[in-house]
Design a protein around this ligand. Structure first.
Ligand code: DLL
Length: 435
């Protein structure tokens, strides 16, 4: 099912022509209206007339999260505030928050993008979607809401939190689609199990994103809630949810390429990385944003492109699951460790008595980095004898050493002792003072 088939299934040549044409206009528009870009392009000796199509994209200077901070709050807007109808913001993990403005047309475009995502997972106007992403300055709640409204779905705009009430609402209102972060979906599943009401849920699908999650986590959510779990990707700076979405194939996320151009670069050399499956930093250019356009925005997210044609018929290229941000990568005793590698290992052992609730703590003791992984036991294992617990602990240590290439201390902790998240999970605590 498609929402805008003419675009979603456009022949590649027509699509790249459209991108080229929109890019040329966007660059001129940005140059004329945003001082930061004008200065940066002047410094780089690039004029809007030098950009004649996609092939010239690489000539443009990059933009960065620090630009949004330096020009906080409205300095990067290309329109006067009288044209801006909505603001969203993201605090990010560190530093000052960033603010993004939408014109009426931007909101329409955004709603189209999220309506495409919902249609691609099979949503129709007969569906009832429980939007448990946070509403407010975070883009998750409103982003999903606008798309659902466009499609005529029934929206339950419940926002995040109040978990038992969420479950009651899902049951009483017959919700068929759940939208929230994957970690919150796990928490909801766990709570529904505890309440003994999983069988009363009418859910058929979930649309999850805003944080990294593994295939193992997908399996768990699907099994626990008896649904299909789909991945969606986006970031506040570009539009919020709606940048890329999974279709029924669940094999990567189609990028809404008629609105956003993706480049993959080597974060060190800044050279483009081309080709199927080659990992690099995702760089996005908006090509029809009015309020807060961004050219060659370095996301710090790492991922790769799947070029093969998708069985669903969409011609938009697919993005792999983002494998974390380059600035999320931990360097522990000189070894690069991605939290997602740890999650992948842990979740393989859920049937052996642990849960998906874990926390990674990194510290530095006597000039040596330490890696401690706390994982909650399921009640059965908790009630088991010490020898069984120690045996599983040892298995996890061995498995993690072979995957990560360094040793980690694993501590199996009591059920319900790790704080649950209602939005983005905080999995990593790095206590090292690395300056
Ligand atoms: O998280 C927008 C969003 C809302 C996306 C709801 C999907 C669903 P930010 O708060 O600005 O915006 O965070 C953006 O989250 O750069 C990635 O690092 C991460 N991220 C988002 N989606 C995924 C995903 C929203 N599916 C940052 N997988 C991005 C992995 C994701 N990481």
């Amino acid at each position: 099912m498609y929402y805008q088939k003419d675009f979603e299934c456009m022949p590649r040549k027509d699509l790249t022509d459209l991108q080229s044409q929109k890019l040329v206009n966007q660059v001129k528009y940005v140059y004329d209206n945003v001082e930061c870009y004008r200065k940066r392009m002047d410094e780089a000796g690039v004029k809007p007339s030098d950009i004649r199509g996609l092939e010239d994209l690489h000539k443009l200077p990059f933009s960065y999260k620090s630009d949004l901070r330096d020009y906080y709050p409205y300095g990067l807007f290309a329109r006067p505030l009288s044209d801006i109808v909505e603001l969203h913001a993201s605090s990010g993990t560190t530093g000052k928050r960033i603010v993004v403005g939408y014109t009426k047309n931007d909101l329409e475009m955004w709603a189209d993008c999220t309506a495409r995502m919902l249609t691609s997972i099979g949503a129709t106007k007969d569906d009832i979607v429980q939007v448990a992403y946070g509403y407010g300055l975070f883009t998750g709640g409103f982003g999903l809401h606008y798309g659902a409204e466009k499609l005529g779905l029934t929206v339950i705009p419940i926002s995040a939190g109040n978990t038992e009430r969420q479950i009651e609402t899902m049951i009483d209102f017959n919700a068929t689609i759940l939208a929230c972060t994957p970690s919150y979906a796990m928490y909801l599943a766990e709570t529904a199990e505890k309440m003994g009401v999983v069988d009363k849920l009418k859910l058929k699908a979930g649309i999850f994103g805003a944080e990294p999650w593994t295939e193992e986590m997908r399996k768990q959510i699907e099994e626990k809630l008896h649904i299909k779990a789909y991945d969606i990707y986006g970031l506040t700076e570009i539009v919020g949810p709606g940048v890329a979405f999974e279709c029924s194939e669940q094999q990567g996320m189609h990028i809404n390429e008629d609105h956003f151009i993706l480049e993959i670069i080597d974060p060190k050399t800044l050279e483009p990385i081309t080709g199927d499956g080659k990992v690099g930093e995702l760089v996005f250019t908006t090509i029809d944003r009015e309020g807060a356009p961004l050219l060659r925005y370095r996301t710090r997210d790492l991922g790769y492109i799947k070029e093969a044609k998708c069985k669903c018929g969409r011609t938009f290229v697919r993005l792999s699951k983002p494998m974390g941000r380059s600035d999320d990568m931990l360097i522990i005793r000189g070894v690069n460790v991605f939290p997602s590698q740890i999650e992948e290992v842990l979740l393989q052992y859920c049937s052996s008595g642990i849960t998906a609730n874990y926390q990674i703590v990194v510290d530095r003791v006597n000039n040596t980095d330490t890696l401690d992984i706390y994982v909650e036991m399921a009640p059965d294992l908790f009630a088991d004898d010490m020898a069984s617990i120690e045996k599983l602990q040892k298995t996890l240590v061995d498995r993690l050493r072979s995957v990560l290439g360094i040793g980690a201390k694993v501590q199996l902790v009591n059920p319900n002792s790790i704080t649950r998240s209602e939005g983005k999970a905080k999995r990593v605590i790095d206590n090292r003072k690395l300056v």
